[in-house]
Design a protein around this ligand. Structure first.
Ligand code: I3S
Ligand code: MG
Ligand code: MG
Length: 431
């Protein structure tokens, strides 16, 4: 049975912000919060609850690295050099923001491998970890067994910038443990065979916003949707099952959720899992108020670059809003700050949608291919269409190479409530 849906709110009355993630930083790698006997290293199966707990740790650590890069002067200077344009690409031969992205992705891979041997190779992400440094040497960015070794790899690509390499390797080797959520109990008895799952990572979604600077978050009057800057940045980690391609676990961290002075930021974590018929999210379920007051239109988020086109179809029945960051827009659907995210274009990738998709499935919603909702059959065969048009994560797009192979070519519609999806499909096909 579907879980009770979280029923949203009118615009301007978003859910109360969740408290910033409580953290426990351990000197020792083992967490006191892990319950139950741990499974032997190398075992083929892993407990779903342990995997979710580890993904939460990985997402929080990623968020901490993302915050630290902006906080630590040595690193921040390298990051903002990109903005000026003059030195871009000259100092190292690549963008420093790309290194930040790659480092976080490789850290997630390393930490998952350490906890569940054999998992590291199942992690795929947006970034390629091969760099060529300024002297033409090819360097693979990997997290090594200890700080010293990692630092020496980083020094090779940071042209001997010891200070930056030292700070970064310190950051990626720290232990971060998030208290284990009580809801994980539901997944204690579910075993996952490592060979049957894959992981999509977008280490930093909204990279443009990440390097934009310390602008104050900007919200339109009466809205809770951030219009630019650091709140639009997210870390996305999603797990899918290889047999069906469906996403089963999603973790989103918003590293820059709140600030009091524009400098010190706290983040928040949102997660959800939908494995077989066991579902849970960290969000408060079953709100009882109606989705909309009479006469109000459902708010729909889209990309700035798609707004004009979609607006012509949707504005009669929906309020069409924009915000940067694909992960952030999907998070707004999950938070019920809007009713859906619609994109007719091919500029999101599997790593952008996998984690939010898993959370939406746990809430009774989903992410479907936009183009296929325009077919006449979509409405006629509603149940079948909604099931079959879910984006899947296991197969590359035919005849596409490189990152295009993992592009959501048909566009996307992300929704919590299927009725909203049907209404959107109707408006999108209206001439
Ligand atoms: O920052 P990366 O990980 O490369 O992911 C991008 C997504 O793939 C794009 O779809 C986003 O574009 P929109 O902001 O137009 O949705 C884009 O948003 P942005 O251009 O506002 O940064 C990013 O979310
Ligand atoms: Mg992205
Ligand atoms: Mg990214």
């Amino acid at each position: 049975d579907p879980l009770p849906l979280v029923v949203g709110q009118q615009q301007g009355q978003g859910p109360p912000p969740l408290p910033p993630t409580q953290l426990v930083r351990n000197k020792k790698a083992h967490s006191r919060h892990c319950s139950g006997p741990s499974q032997p290293q190398g075992s083929r199966n892993l407990r779903a609850s342990d995997l979710i707990a580890e993904l939460l740790n990985a997402a929080e650590k990623s968020a901490e690295v993302a915050r630290a890069i902006r906080r630590e002067e040595t690193l921040f200077q390298l990051l903002i050099e990109e903005k000026t344009g003059d030195d871009k690409g000259k100092r190292f031969g690549f963008d420093f923001k790309t290194l930040a992205d790659v480092l976080i992705q490789e850290m997630i891979r390393h930490d998952l491998e350490k906890k569940f041997s054999g998992m590291g190779k199942r992690v795929t992400g947006e970034e390629n970890n091969k760099f060529t440094n300024i002297v033409g040497e090819s360097v693979t960015v990997e997290i090594k067994d200890n700080k010293k070794k990692t630092m020496s790899t980083l020094m090779k690509i940071l042209s001997g910038n010891d200070r930056a390499a030292g700070v970064l390797s310190e950051l990626v080797h720290q232990d971060v443990t998030v208290p284990r959520p009580a809801e994980l109990q539901k997944f204690e008895s579910i075993q996952l065979d490592k060979k049957t799952i894959g992981v999509w990572v977008d280490p930093i979604d909204g990279t443009a916003e990440y390097i934009t600077g310390n602008r104050d978050p900007e919200f339109r009057p009466g809205e809770n949707i951030s219009q630019n800057g650091l709140p639009n940045v997210t870390v996305l980690i999603g797990v899918y099952e290889k047999a069906t391609g469906l996403p089963i676990i999603g973790v989103i961290n918003q590293p820059f959720f709140q600030t009091t002075d524009g400098k010190a930021w706290t983040g928040r974590m949102v997660w959800g899992a939908c494995i077989g018929d066991v579902r849970a999210t960290c969000l408060p379920m079953a709100r009882s108020e109606p989705l909309l007051a009479e006469g109000d239109k459902h708010a729909v988020l889209t990309s700035m670059s798609d707004c004009k086109k979609l607006g012509t179809y949707l504005c009669e029945n929906f309020e069409v809003l924009t915000a940067p960051g694909a992960g952030y827009k999907l998070l707004c659907v999950i938070d019920r700050l809007c009713s859906a995210y619609v994109l007719s274009k091919d500029n999101t990738y599997r790593w952008d949608t996998c984690a939010p998709h898993a959370i939406l499935r746990a809430m009774g919603g989903g992410v479907v291919k936009h183009k296929q909702t325009l077919s006449a059959d979509f409405k006629a065969k509603r149940d079948q269409s909604v099931r079959e048009l879910q984006i899947t994560y296991h197969k590359a797009e035919p005849k596409a190479a490189g990152s295009n192979a993992w592009c959501n070519m048909q566009g996307v519609i992300a929704y919590c409530d299927e009725e909203v999806l049907m209404k959107l499909a109707e408006s999108l096909t209206r001439k």
